[in-house]
Structures are given as structure tokens and as C-alpha cells.
Design a protein around this ligand. Structure first.
Ligand code: NAD
Length: 327
């Protein structure tokens, strides 16, 4: 097929990676996936799927055994607030993800690797700019002076810098996106690594009409959420841009409180629900994407309202609650 590329997707068994493999295949590319596991909820259309631990340099030797036009580095030790903010997983998160990124960059210098995409996170933004839930500031240039609210965010910031340093000093063609709360079907929905959209869908799907759902904190904390298909469009525009590297936000600017998110999901479900606020790990008070840079360079911003993605996600989570295939 003309314009067909050879792509490697690291983290291809995860939420975003498995959707990305599907998109790259639908565009006619040859795709190798690699992960510790196969996707949890459906088969993979990858041409080749390697089960391997990317902390091991020998696994990289094996998977970079041919030229790749594009490498997408999505593998990371991560999860929702219940995984990132308790403090219990900090050493694992920093050690495992940094090793994966170091291994890729070390070998990419020797092997024929074209463009490298690195998935950073909104978690790199300083805590002090996200204390007001009504007007958080997450424009790209506000990342410094740095003060992320988690070790997960510090590792992402370190790795961003490492990718940029390998670009400056060794000429690697890197692209960096900062994802803001990506959600959709076939993501974690229970078990501790799920994020707010899937967790809220599960809680609403499980409760009877008129029942009560528990929400961590007072629910006034704000976030924006980006549907998976929109995220992949942003990634594609960044990867196809001739010279803009980022880091650039890939997120939605439709900010809602967690209480509003519950109300939206309850409305989608056609249920009345009461909210009980309980103690739990929270993260920053407010966070929203700032898309000025992505509009300017990529001509990209989220195009659909939050409700569009939440309807699809709720439908899928409800099915899982009824008939769980994987957790
Ligand atoms: P995910 O946890 O579903 O996917 C990550 C995948 O990496 C998992 O399948 C995991 O098994 C794999 N992995 C972890 N350690 C590995 C190892 N040592 N060897 C091989 N594979 C390994 O997460 P996701 O939501 O798909 O996120 C993908 C990337 O985007 C991650 O780097 C994440 O930090 C970043 N990100 C995601 C979001 C979001 O909202 N989902 C937000 C910001 C950034």
C-alpha cells in the first residue's frame, strides 16, 4: 500500500496502545506490538505481537531487529489516582518507566529507527498552578519551575527531557505529547488502576435507581477528559508534522467537576443517584488542557463534547459489569 509504514507500538497491550494498533492497522501499516501482556478485552490486529519486559535490554535487541519508520513508546507503570497518589508504588513507577525509556533511547541510536513518539502526561504540571479548581493553568510553558504532584509526573518530566536531549545530542527524531485523562471503551474499569470516567461509569452501572455512589473528596475537584479516538487523531497529527516536536498537550478543554461527571453519567444511565463523599487519594484540585499550542501547530483540538465519549464508555462498562471478561 502506498505510504504504508513499519511501526512499533510499546505498551500495545494497554488501553491507548491497543487502540493505537487498531488505528495504525486500519491505515494500512505493518505493526509490531510489545507488552507484558496481550490486550485485556479483545484480540490484537498487530502483524506481530511480542510478549516481553521492556525493562530488559535484551527484549529491545529482539524487537528492534529491523528498521522502523515509527516507534510509539506508551509502555509505563501507571494507573489512576488509587495507584499513583498513595505513595506505595512510587519506587516501582519511577524505576520501571525510566528504565523502559532509557533502554529505548540507548538502542535507538544504533538501530534504524525513524520517528519516536513519547507519551508524557498532564501530571508533569506544577501543583501550584492547579490549586484553583475554576482556573488551573496547564499551558505547556508553565511546566517550569517544575513541581509535579506525583513521582509519576516527575518521571514523565525527566523522560521528556531525556528524549529532547537525545534529539539535540544524537539527532533522534522525537515527538512528545502530554496526554490529559484519556478514556473510552476497553480501558481499566475496576481493580485499582481505573481512572475517574470508567470508575464513575462502573459505580453508576452497579447502583440501583435512587441509590448512592461514593466519590473521593468533595467532588468539586475539576478535570477534563479526552475520548480515545480524539487522542489518536492528535497523536497522528503530531507524528505527521514535519518538524514540530512538542511537548504539546493532547487533551480536552471541556472542564467538569467530578460531581458534574457523576451527574452526566447518571443522566446517560437514566438513573437518579446520590453522591456520598468519602476520603480517598485525590491529586490536584483543578486540571484542564490548554490547547493553544496544538491548535496553532497541529490544527487540532477535541471536536466532540464529553457526553459523546461518556455515552460510549458507559455502554461498554455496563456490559463489563454484567458480564466481566477481564479486570
Ligand atoms: P496502560 O497501563 O493501559 O498501558 C501501559 C502498558 O504498558 C500496559 O499494557 C503495561 O502492561 C505496559 N507495560 C508496563 N510496564 C511494561 C514493561 N516493563 N514491559 C512491557 N510493557 C510494559 O496505560 P494507558 O492509559 O494506555 O497509557 C499509555 C501511556 O500514556 C502511558 O505511558 C501513560 O503514562 C500515558 N498517559 C496516559 C494517560 C491516560 O489518561 N490514559 C494520561 C497521561 C499519560
Amino acid at each position: 500500500m502506498p505510504n504504508s509504514k513499519v511501526a512499533l507500538v510499546c505498551g500495545a497491550g494497554g488501553f491507548i496502545g491497543s487502540h493505537l494498533v487498531r488505528r495504525l492497522k486500519s491505515e494500512g501499516h505493518w505493526v509490531r506490538g510489545v507488552d507484558l501482556k496481550y490486550p485485556d478485552f479483545s484480540g490484537t490486529p498487530a502483524d506481530d505481537f511480542v510478549i516481553g519486559d521492556l525493562r530488559e535490554p535484551t527484549v529491545w535487541e529482539r524487537i528492534l531487529d529491523r528498521p522502523f519508520d515509527e516507534v510509539y513508546q506508551l509502555a509505563a507503570d501507571m494507573g489512576g489516582a488509587g495507584y499513583i497518589f498513595t505513595g506505595d508504588n512510587d519506587a516501582h513507577i519511577m524505576h520501571n518507566s525510566a528504565l523502559i525509556n532509557l533502554n529505548l533511547l540507548t538502542l535507538a541510536r544504533e538501530r534504524r529507527v525513524g520517528r519516536i513518539f513519547y507519551s508524557s502526561s498532564a501530571c508533569i504540571y506544577p501543583k501550584h498552578n492547579q490549586e484553583d479548581p475554576e482556573s488551573p493553568n496547564c499551558a505547556e510553558h508553565t511546566a517550569y519551575p517544575a513541581n509535579p504532584d506525583s513521582e509519576y509526573g516527575w518521571e514523565k518530566l525527566f523522560s521528556e527531557r531525556m528524549y529532547l536531549a537525545f534529539n539535540r545530542n544524537h539527532g533522534l527524531d522525537v515527538k512528545i505529547a502530554r496526554f490529559h485523562n484519556i478514556f473510552g471503551p476497553e480501558g481499566p474499569w475496576t481493580g485499582g488502576r481505573e481512572k475517574a470516567p470508567a470508575a464513575v461509569c462502573r459505580k453508576v452501572a452497579e447502583v440501583k435507581n435512587g441509590g448512592t455512589v461514593e466519590i473521593w473528596g468533595d467532588g468539586a475537584q475539576t478535570r477534563s477528559f479526552l475520548y480515545i479516538d480524539e487522542c489518536l487523531e492528535g497523536v497522528s497529527r503530531l507524528m505527521n508534522h514535519p518538524n514540530f516536536r512538542g511537548p504539546v498537550n493532547i487533551g480536552s478543554e471541556e472542564m467538569v467537576s467530578i460531581n458534574q461527571l457523576v451527574a452526566l453519567v447518571a443522566d446517560i444511565a437514566g438513573k437518579r443517584v446520590h453522591i456520598k463523599h468519602v476520603e480517598g487519594p485525590l491529586g490536584v484540585r483543578g486540571r484542564n488542557s490548554d490547547n493553544e499550542l496544538s491548535k496553532r501547530h497541529l490544527n487540532w483540538a477535541a471536536s466532540k463534547p464529553l457526553r459523546y465519549g461518556m455515552e460510549r464508555t458507559y455502554r461498554w462498562v455496563k456490559e463489563q459489569v454484567k458480564n466481566p471478561r477481564a479486570k
